[in-house]
Design a protein around this ligand. Structure first.
Ligand SMILES: Nc1ncnc2c1ncn2[C@@H]1O[C@H](COP(=O)(O)OP(=O)(O)OP(=O)(O)O)[C@@H](O)[C@H]1O
Ligand SMILES: [Mg+2]
Length: 258
């Protein structure tokens, strides 16, 4: 297993009040697997990623990365956070290549990779724009390119496409699947979009409303390569959608959504 959550709990404190964000959450991800986590708002999805990235420790339980407990910042994972954290004073190009510069990648190679990832994310014409001059969807794409460009062994993506309209989203799915099918990186993907989770994943982990626990794990045995524009019409897709919706629906009413 590349990543394992074992009976993980996480409490937060606000003054005297305690919030239990995660309760005995357990699941794992194998090398090369594409796993999505689906769950109501506030159930602890981003918290799981923060724990795996080593940004904060669990209150109890263990997070294992390649069988070692995560006790400090985990530099082997690429983390595309829910807030894009772009550098506002740096251009698209500079935001994308920052990680490579820090790693001391040779200049010519930086150029080459930057051109490839700008093209891949449709940002070539916006290379010299600053984040404030980009749309919400474009900012997300910069954040994605910035992480994918240095090829981390595990990529964690926190609702990366939630700001995109339905069609651009499907284009991004197509692109992400193409990248993944070529590189076979491990991907841990957070979403609240059932169709997105089914289209992309090998397995979907469904969480309950807060305190987040794993409620159900569903293998997605749809054949690959998958066509994000057509997959919704297959009877197997519809069957999986119904199964996931069944598991989610009560918790969505109990969550922070309403
Ligand atoms: N740093 C923090 N300090 C205090 N409370 C926090 C902190 N981070 C998260 N929480 C609380 O923990 C709970 C889970 O938050 P989290 O961001 O993990 O939810 P989520 O499942 O990612 O939700 P969403 O789908 O809305 O992004 C929430 O109640 C949130 O208020
Ligand atoms: Mg979140």
């Amino acid at each position: 297993m590349i990543l394992e959550f074992r009976d993980v709990g996480k409490r937060f404190y606000k003054g005297a009040a305690e919030i239990l964000a995660l309760k005995n959450a357990s699941f794992s991800i194998a090398e090369g697997e594409f796993v999505s986590v689906l769950g109501p708002s506030g159930c602890g999805k981003s918290t799981l990623l923060n724990l795996a990235a080593g940004l904060s420790p669990p209150s109890y339980g263990t997070v294992l990365y390649r069988n070692e407990p995560v006790t400090k910042i985990n530099t082997r994972v690429g983390y595309i956070t829910q807030r894009d954290n772009l550098l506002e004073w740096a251009s698209t190009y500079e935001n994308i290549v920052l990680g490579l510069r820090i790693r001391g990648t040779p200049k010519a190679r930086i150029r080459e990779l930057a051109d490839k990832f700008l093209a891949m994310t449709g940002l070539t014409d916006f290379a010299n724009h600053f984040p404030a001059e980009l749309s919400g969807g474009m900012r997300k794409r910069v954040a994605m390119a910035r992480t994918l460009i240095y090829s981390p062994e595990l990529v964690m993506m926190d609702e990366p496409f939630s700001a995109l309209d339905a069609h651009v989203k499907m284009l991004m799915h197509e692109e992400l699947l193409r990248i993944w099918e070529t590189d076979r990186k491990t991907i841990l993907f957070i979403t609240h979009d059932l169709a997105e989770a089914i289209t992309l994943s090998d397995r979907v982990v469904v969480m309950s409303a807060r305190p987040g626990q794993v409620k159900l794990e569903v293998p997605i045995n749809l054949p690959r390569p998958r066509d994000p524009f057509l997959i919704h019409t297959s009877p197997d897709f519809i069957r999986l959608y119904e199964k996931l919706w069944d598991a989610l629906k009560e918790d969505i009413r109990r969550g922070d959504n309403v």
